[in-house]
Design a protein around this ligand. Structure first.
Ligand code: ADP
Length: 436
């Protein structure tokens, strides 16, 4: 404990000491010598205490300070107090670290703490088992020297940790691990690795199942459709009920065929490994082709369709996928806009990318539906969609195509006014002109 009066006591004690030596000096008739001796003794005594203090600080194993008189007692007490405070802090910190480590050890995931130079600071038991890290041998080693998958290295160097990545496990290629990196503390990163083999296996099975079933259904439907066409032409004079049945069966098989086509497109896009940077897409030619198809579809509704296309704007991407996305949005506008509507298709360059939009003045969509529109088989008005022959997969296909092209579908709609479906392909996908 610090006593402020200890200094005044020291000053009093020093004054008494000085006074005593003065009296001795007067008595011996040599004041200078007496004061010199008094200061010499004081200095020697302080040196002895300094020596004891240094010895206690550096050599003694005991925490409790040696006894000392006067101000030295307070210095010892002060240092002792500081030491105790630090020891308690260290203990609390140690407890905290211990609890954090115990918590991380209990996690079912592999956890690795790395510094900003990608050097391992700490890892839990699961990281040693699943990632093959050795502790403490790998302490301070670069994580990218131990997990050498190119996708992981790219992820680590990219410093965009918004989404996790999935790659085969380093210790067992049959397992799939999800790697997620998070900022941790000031300049550390937390790598969390989770075994997602089961989930990705189930996802694979689901995709394969849908693709296989759709493929298997194609052949019988083609056969049925073939026979229906034969029946339709051979029974021209059949009773009305028969020709109605044949025509209805024909319509329904066509619907099923287009549903299967869409399911196959969707599963192809979902599992597409095609690189979007490999080929450029001639968007102008693509829009020309789509406009011919749109005109054919527009015969009944007689909309005014305008294409406002920037012919210079060429992008990298997968042509079949972009064609599918754009045509789905354009054909939807034709289907869901009442007769003699106005539809505008825009393809132009913007400061932050290539912009595509389909704007119609149709009935619009209520807010509550907008969020769910891109779900598979979600329809605002089921009966109406069936009438248009829609499979309910169109916007889902668009969503997947755009995800593959690092973009998202934006939908703005006002009931009674119309809708705008748009997306922005990122700047990196725009092909720069030679010399630009
Ligand atoms: P569908 O095959 O039924 O057209 P989509 O996934 O393409 O399926 O569209 C989902 C639903 O979104 C449609 O059923 C329709 O209700 C609504 N929709 C899509 N485009 C438009 C549009 N331009 N105007 C109004 N509603 C639309």
């Amino acid at each position: 404990m610090y006593y402020p009066q200890s200094w005044s006591r020291t000053v009093i004690r020093f004054s008494v000491y000085l006074g005593g030596s003065l009296i001795v000096g007067i008595y011996l008739d040599n004041i200078a010598l007496a004061i010199l001796l008094a200061f010499g003794a004081l200095l020697a005594s302080n040196y002895v205490h300094l020596y004891r203090l240094t010895k206690w600080l550096w050599q003694s194993r005991t925490m409790s300070p040696p006894s000392a008189p006067g101000i030295w007692h307070h210095i010892y007490e002060g240092i002792y107090h500081l030491q105790r405070r630090n020891r308690n802090k260290r203990k609390n910190l140690g407890e905290l670290v211990k609890r954090f480590r115990e918590g991380s050890e209990a996690l079912p995931d592999a956890v690795v703490v790395i510094d900003r130079n990608a050097r391992i600071v700490w890892c839990n038991r699961n990281a040693r088992i699943e990632l093959g890290l050795r502790w403490p041998d790998d302490n301070g080693r670069r994580i990218d020297n131990l997990i050498r998958h190119p996708k992981f290295i790219e992820y680590l160097e990219g410093s965009d940790f918004q989404y996790p990545i999935e790659i085969p496990a380093p210790t067992n290629p049959l397992k799939t691990f999800e790697y997620r990196i998070m900022q941790y503390g000031e300049d550390q990163l937390l790598l969390i690795v989770r075994d997602v083999s089961r989930v990705s296996h189930l996802e694979e099975m689901r995709k394969d199942f849908v693709a296989n079933v759709s493929h298997e259904l194609k052949t019988p439907l083609t056969v049925i459709n073939g026979y229906l066409e034969v029946l339709d032409s051979s029974y021209g004079e059949a009773p009305p009920i028969v020709s109605k049945a044949i025509s209805e069966m024909g319509t329904q098989t066509h619907r099923m065929q287009s549903l299967i086509e869409d399911l196959l497109i969707l599963s192809r896009i979902e599992s597409s490994a095609e690189r979007i940077f490999e080929n450029t897409v001639d968007m102008q030619a693509m829009f020309k082709q789509i406009s011919i198809e749109a005109e054919a579809l527009n015969k009944e509704k007689q909309h005014h369709i305008s294409f406002n296309v920037d012919s210079e704007l060429v992008v990298y991407g997968v042509e079949t996928e972009l064609r599918s996305a754009c045509s789905n949005l354009i054909f939807n506008a034709i289907h869901y806009t009442p007769q003699h509507g106005k539809i505008e298709v825009v393809w132009k360059s913007r400061a932050n990318g290539a912009y595509f939009a389909v704007i119609d003045n149709g009935d619009g969509i209520e807010d509550k539906h907008l969020r769910r529109l891109t779900e598979r088989f979600y329809r605002v008005d089921k009966a109406r969609s069936r009438k248009t022959g829609g499979s309910g997969l169109g916007l889902s296909i668009v969503k997947h195509v755009l995800h593959h092209h690092n973009s998202t579908l934006e939908i703005e709609s006002k009931v009674g006014k119309g809708s705008e479906f748009s997306f922005l392909l990122p700047q990196e996908l725009i092909k720069q002109h030679d010399g630009a």
